[in-house]
Ligand binder design. Structure first.
Ligand code: DAT
Ligand code: MG
Length: 148
């Protein structure tokens, strides 16, 4: 099984999209392994987005991520990193397909509702960083109805 880190950004929380987002992941057949609502510190947000520190939009991005609470989650499933990115949609909501979270609920690239890890390595790093307390293990009884 694979794990990914997903975060509902402050705009998604303020706009009341938490249930909608979680519902889409749940109904897809993915398993929730970690969940918390938190405010993040500037330095933490800067570390999370360290790969983008040279970009023009970096400071605005960090300001946005610390502007209100976020919902941090770990989801489990076969190929969940790519599956989550597909549910989330393209980075720029102007280009995200309808039916994706960004395609249905966002308009502008700077307010795109949700984050999902992009690679196995980044998923591992982000889960370790956002959930240093670890996540619980549980067996979903619907597994035989989701996987062969
Ligand atoms: P993603 O969130 O789809 O993985 P990313 O890792 O390239 O995209 O960028 C992280 C976030 O930074 C993205 O969700 C929104 C913001 N961002 C990316 N490119 C941007 C741009 N050209 N202008 C403003 N914000 C941008
Ligand atoms: Mg990214």
């Amino acid at each position: 099984m694979e794990f990914t880190f997903v975060m509902i950004k402050p705009d998604g929380v303020q706009r009341g999209l938490i249930g909608e987002v979680i519902g889409r992941f749940e109904k897809k057949g993915l398993v929730l392994r970690g969940l918390k609502v938190i405010n993040v510190e500037r330095s933490f947000a800067e570390t999370h987005y360290a790969d983008l520190s040279a970009k023009r939009f970096f400071n605005d991005l960090v300001d946005y991520i610390i502007s209100g609470p976020v919902v941090a989650m770990v989801w489990e499933g076969r190929g969940v990193i790519a599956t989550a990115r597909n549910l989330i949609g393209a980075t720029n909501p102007a280009e995200s397909a309808p039916g994706t979270i960004r395609g249905d609920y966002a308009v502008h690239i700077s307010r795109n509702v949700i984050h999902g890890s992009d690679t196995v390595e980044n998923a591992r790093k982000e889960i370790a960083m956002w959930f240093p307390e670890g996540t619980i293990t549980w067996n979903s009884c619907i597994d035989p109805w989701i996987y062969e």
